[in-house]
Design a protein around this ligand. Structure first.
Ligand code: BTN
Length: 334
């Protein structure tokens, strides 16, 4: 009875620290009080901590530490979200699943969320560590119908909106490292992989994939990752409510997408960039074709290109690829 559980969870979340009586739940669900009790027992077995007090009812005091479909749905419904949820315990890659769903004509917008990926992929063909250890693997399906030239800024914009959510919504420090890594204290917190299918002069499908380290156990990470990555839980010094974070992230991404399509993003993107630019003032090394360019990061232009101020005073635009930050200005200086 998964929908029943969503209704129970919504009532418990809405009540916050108050109790919800067994009778209220029984009436709302159209089942007996014993039926309500049985559902709550099942919820407890899946990691929910529900306090029961005679004559008062039930209240939720703990949530499962990993992703739970019903709980994400409960949070989405409470936030009046219009994003469809496709939840998988395991999938090859949420981006690939979103691609299949778009090809099958699934209603948009939707979000594919998985507890683990067997073939999680990153930018430049790199694998993306995708264990079932409290991280978030998500991909969104959209059909923008916009000319590809107008889509240039979308990943930058979406990355900035997610970064803004981490800072203002979660109260944790994060910045954007051009083009679309989200970092904190120089370590990677989140990666974005956007993929589009273009038909003649319009972008038919857009898949927007995000990997976000939430409550992952860093001791299980491969050594090369431990040195360069971090998680929200590590910044917070405590685990987060991953299902609530997931629902809020889904809302954030969908809202950001709508503001991109409507053109509203143009008013805000440069302010957000100024606030969250992790490269600002750093001497960085980027590439332009086969040429390696070293310069001081000096913001972005109206197409999302990174501007590098060279020692000779010239400004060079970097429009693709990745850049690395010098630990000291002189690292790349000669
Ligand atoms: C990067 O290289 O920084 C981008 C990483 C993107 C990883 C996410 S996890 C969810 C989605 N599914 C994938 O296979 N990749 C993206």
């Amino acid at each position: 009875m998964p929908e029943t559980d969503v209704v129970i969870l919504k009532a418990l979340i809405e009540a916050r620290t108050s109790f919800v009586s067994e009778n209220t739940l029984a009436v709302e669900l159209g089942i007996s009080r014993v039926g309500v009790w049985a559902r709550l027992e099942k919820l407890r077995q899946t990691g929910f901590v529900v306090e029961a007090v005679r004559h008062r009812g039930y209240r939720l005091i703990g949530e499962p530490p990993t992703l739970n479909e019903d709980l994400i749905k409960a949070y989405l419904e409470l936030g009046r979200s219009s994003v469809g949820l496709i939840f998988r315990d395991e999938v090859d890659s949420t981006n690939t699943e979103a691609e299949r769903q778009l090809a099958d004509g699934h209603l948009i917008p939707f979000a594919v969320i998985a507890r683990r990926q067997t073939k999680g992929r990153g930018r430049m063909g790199r694998p993306w560590h995708s264990e079932d250890d409290g991280n978030l693997y998500s991909s969104f399906g959209f059909r923008p119908q916009m000319p590809p030239a107008q889509m240039q800024m979308i990943t930058l914009w979406m990355g900035l909106c997610i970064c803004n959510f981490i800072n203002l919504g979660l109260g944790l420090p994060a910045m954007v490292k051009w083009p679309n890594d989200i970092v904190s204290g120089g370590r990677k917190l989140s990666g974005i992989l956007a993929e589009a299918r273009v038909d003649a002069d319009r972008t038919r499908d857009l898949i927007f994939g995000i990997g976000l380290n939430v409550n992952s156990h860093m001791e299980t990470w491969p050594p090369d990752m431990t040195a360069v990555a971090t998680s929200l839980a590590s910044l917070n010094k405590n685990p987060l409510k991953i299902n609530q974070v997931t629902a809020e992230l889904i809302q954030t991404v969908n809202n950001a997408y709508e503001r991109y399509i409507s053109g509203e993003y143009k008013k805000e993107i440069f302010d957000l960039w100024t606030r969250y630019d992790a490269l600002k003032g750093h001497v960085v090394k980027g590439s332009k074709g086969k040429e390696i360019i070293v310069g001081k990061a000096d913001g972005i232009d109206e197409h999302g290109n990174l501007l590098l101020l060279l020692e000779n005073g010239q400004v060079q635009k970097i429009h693709a690829g990745e850049v690395s930050i010098g630990t000291r200005p002189e690292t790349f200086a000669s």
